[in-house]
Design a protein around this ligand. Structure first.
Ligand SMILES: [Zn+2]
Length: 257
């Protein structure tokens, strides 16, 4: 089994490559690249949150507690929270993650259970996508992808370490195949993992159609229109009015269904 340091070194190196690729090849803004690289580095310790050793839990929960509220600021603004409410919500989330998440993880996690699996990596990526609540879908995909990549780097490294080369010939250890897997031995853990995966998928598609996708599209149209007739503030206002109306219509439509 690869140790904590090896995992973090590999995922951080991957994160640097990911950030550079985002900046150079996909023309992502550099703050997004730096953030994505950092997320990738941290995601490399996430699967071992299920181990009782404590260090990954301590490090990741402290990091997540600090970073998640910052990532949510966009989202808070989107739902129209006042500055004071944002600070309050941020502080609450910090405390919940810092002191609640670790305890919860210790209660439920089984080492090399479903935390070490492909659906768990997908869940982590989707959470990254959901938390980064900006309107730009590409930027969200980029960050979610970074979490997924970091998480997968951990699983791959675990599998590589479960091959024993000490006698010159490769010999598979008992742990081989327990990191990159689609399901584990416990039926209830499998069901819980896939239930979370599908629930997140459902929430994510709703989230994108309701806020992200249309919003981003409207905004670019609005900007385009503004450039065309030179009435920037007017058309921006109209667009945001239309946007709110459309979101309200959509919500009402859902309720009626
Ligand atoms: Zn591991």
């Amino acid at each position: 089994m690869a140790g904590f340091k090896t995992h973090v070194t590999v995922s951080s190196t991957l994160g640097i490559g990911y950030a550079a690729a985002g900046y150079l090849a996909f023309e992502m803004p550099w703050p997004s690249c730096v953030l994505a690289g950092g997320l990738c580095g941290v995601a490399g310790m996430m699967p071992d949150l299920d181990s009782a050793s404590g260090r990954p839990i301590r490090e990741s929960t402290a990091f997540a507690a600090a970073v998640v509220p910052l990532l949510l600021i966009d989202r808070f603004q989107h739902i129209g929270l006042e500055t004071e409410s944002m600070v309050l919500a941020g502080a609450l989330i910090y405390l919940l993650i810092r002191f609640g998440a670790g305890k919860l993880l210790k209660m439920y996690a089984v080492h090399r259970g479903m935390f070490h699996s492909i659906p768990a990596a997908l869940i982590a990526g989707m959470l990254g996508f959901m938390i980064c609540g900006c309107t730009d879908i590409d930027a969200r995909m980029f960050k979610g992808g970074a979490v997924f990549a970091g998480y997968m780097s951990h699983l791959m490294l675990d599998e590589i370490y479960s091959i024993d080369w000490s006698r010159g010939v490769p010999r598979l250890k008992k742990s081989f195949g327990t990191a990159i897997k689609m399901w584990g031995r416990s039926l209830s853990a499998n069901l819980a993992t896939y239930a979370k995966l599908f629930a997140l998928l459902f929430i994510m598609t709703g989230d994108v159609t309701l806020l992200g996708g249309f919003d981003a599209e409207d905004h670019s149209h609005a900007q385009h229109a503004a450039h065309e007739d030179g009435q920037a503030s007017k058309s921006d206002e109209d667009a945001s009015d239309g946007r709110i109306r459309r979101i309200a219509d959509r919500l009402l439509g859902r309720l009626r269904d």
